[in-house]
Each structure stands twice: as C-alpha cells, then as structure tokens.
Design a protein around this ligand. Structure first.
Ligand code: GDP
Length: 453
C-alpha cells in the first residue's frame, strides 16, 4: 500500500504558486503523550482531551513553527478508524500519517518500553519512504535516558529522549524534525502589498466603463481614439475614493475605443486578462438595462480563474423600469447563482447614483480575499462538518478527510488531506458551508485535495 506513497495528487488546483507547508504527523499508541507533545510544540495549552483510547479530540491539526520554519502539526490520535483491536488501529493511523505527512514523529513511552502496538506502528513506518523521528517520551530526568536508549531496538533510528510534560529535550527533537523536512524552496515572489490597492474595472464594450471611470475620477476627459491592436503601455490611474487612493489598472484600455473593429473581442479579452493579472480586485460592470450576455459571464469566469476579489456593478440603473427590474432579478437568479457570494451594487455612471457604494463592496472583497483561518480552528470546524455530513461512500469505500490546512490567501486556498476522491458535489457543499460560517463575501475560494487512492 505504501509503494506509491510518494505520489501526491492535487486535484482542481490551478495555482502552482500556493505552497502547502510541510506536514509533521505525530503517531503512536494511546497514552504515550502525543497530545502533550503536540501542546508542548505549539506552545499553547489548548483544550486537548486526554490521550485515552476511544476519546476523540476536537482538533487534529495545528500551525507550528520551529526556528522560523513553519509547518503543520497533525495529531493522528484523533483519527477514528474502524480497525479492530488497538494494534490494528494505531497501525492504521500510522498508515494515514505516512500517506499525508512529510515527516513522521513517532512517540513511544520510554518508561514502558516497546509494546506490541509500538511494533505494529514500526512495521508500517518501516515500509514507508517518509523520514521518521523517534521521540522517547516521559524521560523526565537523566535517569530515564537509559530507558530511551532501549528504543534503538525498534530499528527506526535514534531515540530522542524527551519529556513532553516538562519540556525536556524538545529543542533537539525539533531540530531533528527540521533536518528531516524537505528542503525549503526559495520564497515565492509575492505581489507588492504596499501602495494603493489595485482595481481592475472590466466589462464588455459599452457597459459604461469609461463613463464610470470619469465619474469616479471626478472629471470628464476627452477619450482619444486609437488604432486597435497597437500596443501601448497600460496606463494606471490613481483615483481618490472614500478617503483612500486606489489604483485603477490599465485605464488606457478603458478609455480607448476599439469597438466595431476587427478582432476587438479577442483584444478585449486579452486586455482584461492582463489587467486582472495585475489587479487585486475586479469590478465587473454589467449593463442592467440589457439582458446579461454570454460575454458578461465569460468575464466573470475570467475573474474567478484569475483568483481575484469580485464586485458586480449593475450600471445604467437610471434606465430601468419595473419590468426590466423583474427580468433582471430572474437573470441574476438563473445565470449568476455561481457567484452569489459577490457583492452587487446598482449604480448609474451617468447620474452618479450609488457609485460611492462601490467602495465598501471593494473593501469587503479585499478583506475576505486575505482572510486566514488558523489550522486549529479550521480542523475543529471540519471535524464537526464531517461528522454531521460525512462524504458519500463510493463503491463501498468511505473517503476520510484526515485534516485540512489553509495553504494561502489572495484568494483563500484550502487543502484537504483525504484518503480518497471527494465528489464535486461534496466539495461544493464544503465551499458553501465555509462561506456560511466564515464569510468570504466577494472572494473566490480554492479547494484542493491531496489524496492517495
Ligand atoms: P465602455 O465601452 O464600457 O467604456 O462604455 P462607455 O462608458 O463608453 O458607455 C457606453 C454608452 O453608455 C455611452 O453612450 C454612455 O453615455 C452610456 N452610459 C454609460 N453609463 C450609463 C448610465 O449609467 N446610464 C445611462 N443611461 N447611460 C450610460
């Protein structure tokens, strides 16, 4: 089962730039002190239930850090399995750990010595290619070091004598864990966060982009025609809104007219894509006086694919009568339900109606775009969700969500470590519930899985 343990499949992940922190899984039979060790390492006294067989903990994974290196610490003791017998159960937990972790922290009670269950775990760990660090726990003083040395007999390497209770030996243990971690890749180039927030104003031709820009910039400008296809440098404009300065991206593309020209569609799509690449949030302008068009939906898709925060602005509201308003509501229900999380603002670039409402919508989108949920909290939440509504069984096999971490922000990206594939339906369910409980208005969410089938 473990010969392809190195295979990790990422499904539905289009974002290679989001890295998952290394995972360290703590394994071992009940009562050896896994939870105490976890608490000691994360440096917090979180309410973790005693390490008693059958007692489930409410959390399984935590954010941890040693010498500046961040990692996710997973307490496998909380994983329920249906395996019969203690040895089989701990072996199963170790198996899961081997599947999902980068480093396995194997905890043994040095005062008890090697038990059958420890042997069962060892057999599983020997078969994996994952590095194993052996913690000889409950060595509260130097007298216990001899007990720890007995654990060489397990054959999984050097035992590190520690006392989770008193904190003894933890530093050396963590140094060994760090040594066993995959080499840290060079830091990602993060888009500059400094300076004004970057807004892309996008929408198909004639929806009122340049009218709105003029309204927001507070001045009428002469829009000079230019030949389509000639590449000109993108021109960004700084605009004061709601007491803040915002950078509107590629306003040259907005101000310039290229409609009714050959290839204008393609050109507009490219232009939108480049603007989105540089923006943090997109205001998609729609013409409320006309039926939603295919192109509107494509542009919205582009924003989601680019992973930008999203605000929908329905323009030309001054032209709407009751009948059109009725049909617009229907169109929104039918065609925009996928982005029901995006704030909607009804405006008129012509009269200036409600344009100031764009600002709080943009701000909300950006805030949620950058939201991070701690690993502990996230896993408590998942535990509850999954026990209330477990993933549907496929072919008699129940997929387990072992734990989850948030791999990144801008937009929030969650990675689920699972024992199998999760159906689209169930993933949509998770997204919906995440949105219900954590907000996330105005931002796409990425959900990916790490599985081994
Ligand atoms: P763009 O191609 O998206 O930049 O659209 P424009 O700003 O050039 O606007 C296209 C047309 O719609 C122009 O004739 C504008 O005067 C008109 N327009 C823009 N916004 C509004 C609005 O809120 N109400 C009305 N009635 N007309 C608008």
């Amino acid at each position: 089962m473990s010969d392809n343990a190195d295979e990790r499949t990422t499904v539905a992940a289009s974002d290679e730039t989001t890295r998952v922190k290394p995972v360290v899984a703590v394994v071992g039979r009940p009562n050896v002190g896994k939870s105490s060790l976890v608490n000691r390492i994360i440096g917090r006294r979180e309410a973790v239930v005693e390490d008693v067989p059958g007692v489930t903990r409410d959390r399984v994974a935590y954010d941890a850090n040693w010498q500046g290196r961040e990692f996710t610490l997973v307490d496998t003791g909380g994983w329920e399995t249906n395996a019969k017998g203690l040895a089989a159960m701990v072996a199963r937990q170790a198996e899961y750990a081997a599947e999902t972790a980068d480093v396995i922290l194997f905890v043994v009670d040095a005062t008890v010595g090697i038990t059958d269950e420890d042997e069962a775990v060892t057999r599983v760990l020997r078969a994996t290619k994952r590095p194993v660090v052996l913690a000889a726990n409950k060595v509260d003083g130097p007298l216990g070091d001899a007990d720890a040395m007995e654990l060489w007999n397990l054959g999984v390497g050097e035992p590190y004598p520690v006392s989770a209770l008193h904190g003894r030996g933890i530093g050396d243990l963590l140094d060994a864990v760090l040594d066993a971690m995959p080499k840290e890749p060079p830091p990602l180039e993060e888009a500059a966060v400094d300076g004004p927030r970057r807004v892309a104003l996008v929408g198909r031709p004639n929806v009122g982009k340049s009218s709105l820009l003029n309204k927001l910039a507070g001045e009428e400008r002469v829009v000079v025609d230019s030949v389509a296809g000639t590449t000109r440098d993108a021109v960004d404009e700084l605009v004061e809104l709601g007491g803040k300065t915002w950078k509107f991206i590629d306003t040259a593309g907005i101000r310039r007219r290229f409609r009714a020209l050959q290839g204008a569609d393609y050109y507009a799509t490219m232009r939108t894509a480049t603007a989105l690449e540089r923006a943090e949030v997109a205001v998609v302008l729609l013409d409320a006086s006309e039926p939603l068009a295919e192109q509107d939906l494509r542009i919205i898709d582009q924003v989601i694919e680019a992973g930008r925060a999203l605000v929908l602005a329905f323009n030309k509201w001054d032209l709407l009568d009751d009948e059109r308003r009725y049909y617009l509501e229907k169109e929104i229900d039918r065609q925009l339900f996928r982005v029901s999380w995006a704030p909607r603002v009804n405006i008129s670039a012509k009269t200036g109606r409600h344009v100031e409402r764009l600002v709080p919508a943009i701000e909300q989108g950006l805030e949620n775009w950058e939201t991070r949920i701690s690993t502990g909290r996230l896993n408590a939440w998942f535990k509850e969700l999954v026990s209330a509504v477990p993933p549907p069984a496929r072919g008699g096999r129940q997929t387990k969500i072992l734990f989850a971490t948030q791999a990144g922000v801008r937009p929030p990206h969650f990675v689920l470590f699972t024992t199998g594939f999760l159906e689209d339906n169930y993933r949509r369910f998770i997204e919906r519930r995440l949105r219900e409980d954590f907000g996330f208005e105005g931002t796409p969410i990425k959900l990916t899985m790490r599985i081994r089938e």
